[in-house]
Design a binder for this molecule. Structure first.
Ligand SMILES: [Zn+2]
Length: 471
């Protein structure tokens, strides 16, 4: 039997507002423990919350970008549970009346758009941070004691819940790349997984291909990069298929994915919503954004990444378009092409060399970059690499690098090419037997031998001529 994965994602995004969700404590990393707190975010009796209007505008902005309906009336509720990082004994969140519902994101994939439903996006406050000391690193089990840093407590969070519309680990990764870039461009969060400002849990189940049933799902947590998420989903799909195929029954569980070993360890039985005893927060009024505000925010939306992937994909192939847009590189690419560079070459140089050299694309003068792209096969490789490394420096000029002559003189190159062909007879034979992809292997060796000073185009031609003629 063929099995189809059914995947839904729950994404938490920490907003980068200046202050917390319900008090005026600053939001941010790096301050000494328990210095960014006040009676509200420490849950002192009688302290009253005041909602952050910027956070409310930002969740609406995000909802609009995700194609959601904006609720004319959203309600904050108390989600009751006890944990040391939650001093009030409840988290303020939106429950049955969230700010954004019924959205839809069209994820551009190589074979067309794939629609992922957005069930809801709502506002809530983050918990503080437990620090488990001693024992196994970072885990409560076996720790000697636990400290709590309340600085993070009360930071605005948006929770986004997708419909179970995703059917492979790869689709999940593509969706998340697109969502992350959208969030970053809206300017509402840095959305960095390694800093915890973007957190993703995946709900995974499998079903026989072609059926529309929904079987028992499991949740995977503790994944800190898109690649890990994809691997975690793959491991869980494999585990569930094995359970069903051996005649067993998948039980609802939460798993931690261990990146190092690729294994899943069970966490705890998942709470049902009833366990939280939600009720409307009596200290806060409903959130009622005016229609005028919603329209003003809608009009202010920039052109979104999904749109741009489609547009760039008309000139380049899908994969290149995706890399440029989700890397925040497409504006530089567009301007470099407008300045005269060839589209595919410009994309390759930007996505590979520029990113590889750790260059900030924001500092690059597209006109100078275009000159380098155009000359990349004519100037020595070394000069090109040096120029790329410095292209974002203020006042950079390509001219001195373009003036450096590459060795293109056949008389100088011929003995080197001959020696390399003679030293690799097996590859020469394979090439002549039809494996033409080996051309790059010989060219690479010549470039290395000449320490990058040779003209790549001249080397290419010379190697090809020799391989084709000197039988
Ligand atoms: Zn506070």
């Amino acid at each position: 039997m063929t099995w189809e994965p059914v995947i839904g994602l729950e994404i938490h995004v920490q907003l980068k507002t200046r202050t917390k969700m319900f008090c005026r404590c600053p939001v941010g990393f790096g301050a000494a423990e328990n210095t960014q707190t006040c009676p509200v975010c420490l849950g002192f009796p009688g302290a009253l919350p005041v909602p952050n209007s910027t956070a409310i505008e930002w969740v609406v902005r995000l909802g609009l970008a995700l194609g959601c309906e904006i609720a004319p009336r959203a309600v904050f509720a108390r989600k009751n549970y006890f944990y040391p990082d939650l001093p009030k004994g409840y988290q303020i969140s939106q429950y049955d009346l969230p700010s954004c519902i019924n959205g839809r994101v069209l994820v551009p994939l190589p074979n067309g758009d794939h629609a992922v439903g957005i069930v809801r996006a709502h506002l809530e406050e983050d918990a503080a941070k437990n620090v488990h000391v001693g024992g196994r690193t970072g885990r409560i089990g076996g720790a000697d004691y636990t400290l709590v840093d309340y600085n993070r407590g009360g930071t605005p969070l948006v929770e986004i819940v997708t419909a179970p519309d995703i059917h492979s680990a790869e689709e999940a990764k593509r969706f998340l790349q697109l969502l992350r870039q959208t969030i970053v461009e809206l300017g509402i969060s840095d959305a960095e997984m390694e800093k915890g400002t973007l957190r993703v849990d995946a709900n995974v189940s499998v079903r026989p291909e072609g059926s529309d049933e929904l079987r028992t799902r499991c949740e995977i947590k503790n994944m800190n990069s898109f690649t890990h998420i994809a691997r975690g989903i793959e491991a869980e799909v494999e585990r569930q298929v094995a359970v069903w195929e051996s005649g067993g029954e998948v039980e609802q569980h939460t798993y931690d994915f261990d990146v190092a070993t690729g294994t899943l360890t069970p966490r705890r039985a998942k709470e049902e919503a009833d366990d939280y005893r939600y009720f409307p927060e009596p200290d806060l009024l409903p959130v009622e954004p005016s229609a005028a505000l919603v329209e003003q925010l809608r009009a202010g939306l920039p052109e979104l990444p999904a749109e741009r992937i489609r547009r760039v994909g008309e000139t380049l192939d899908h994969e290149r378009a995706l890399v440029l847009v989700t890397g925040g590189l497409d504006a530089l690419w567009r301007d470099t092409v407008a300045a005269g560079a060839e589209a595919v070459a410009a994309s390759n140089v930007i996505a590979n060399q520029l990113v590889g050299a750790g260059v900030d694309p924001g500092g690059v003068d597209p006109a100078e970059l275009a000159k380098l792209v155009e000359a990349r096969e004519r100037i020595p490789r070394q000069a090109f690499d040096e120029a790329i490394a410095r292209v974002a420096e203020p006042g950079f000029s390509a001219a001195p690098y373009l003036a450096r002559e590459a060795v293109s003189d056949a008389a100088a190159l011929e003995p080197i090419v001959d020696a390399i062909l003679a030293a690799n007879p097996a590859q020469v034979e394979q090439y002549r037997g039809g494996k033409e992809g080996l051309l790059g292997f010989f060219v690479g060796k010549v470039m290395k031998e000449t320490k990058g000073q040779a003209d790549a185009r001249a080397v290419n031609e010379l190697v090809r001529t020799k391989l084709n003629v000197d039988v």
